[in-house]
Design a protein around this ligand. Sequence first.
Ligand code: ZN
Length: 202
Amino acid sequence: MDIELIYKNAGAYLEGHFLLSSGNHSQYYLQSAKVLENPRIAGELAGELARQIRSTGIKADCVCAPALGGILAGYELARALNTRSIFTERVNGEMTLRRGFEIKKGEKVIICEDIITTGGSALEAAKTIFKMGGQIVAFAALANRGICARFFSDKKSKPGCKLPSDIALFALADFEFEIFSPDECPMCKFGSIAVKPGSRGN
Ligand code: ZN
């Protein structure tokens, strides 16, 4: 599967001058919601992710996604793996399981995101599930920003990756975009102003 092409064809691989939530700037941005607005493509991507996970022998009872970004990817992955699908959400900054969702003791859980950057939200969701007695068997995402090493790639994790090294991360592709601090951003030097992705129609 050519994940980059799928993102580009869906208008989800944005080129411009973006202000990231970290405060840094980037010329590129992945808007997974644009890929996932087509349920057929969402199903195909999740199906491929499920195939990779199954091929390692990892089995899960449940897929849990951190809201909001991971919910659609997590739901489709759960469908492909024939497991339950739940999500965590932040309440006063703390990742929690609400809406009557439960975890049985020892239940095997995959934490699924749309994109893994440092894995911060995925790790928070994992800790929430772990505290409730669940067992985290894998992390999964459609796209990986290349900071955390993914299974089936020989690249190593970089400083900044928050995911534990003893639990596999599955993702369909690495997208390693250069990130600039505002002081060193070449686009800013040309007088361009960084915009928050999601605003101004992107
Ligand atoms: Zn800039």
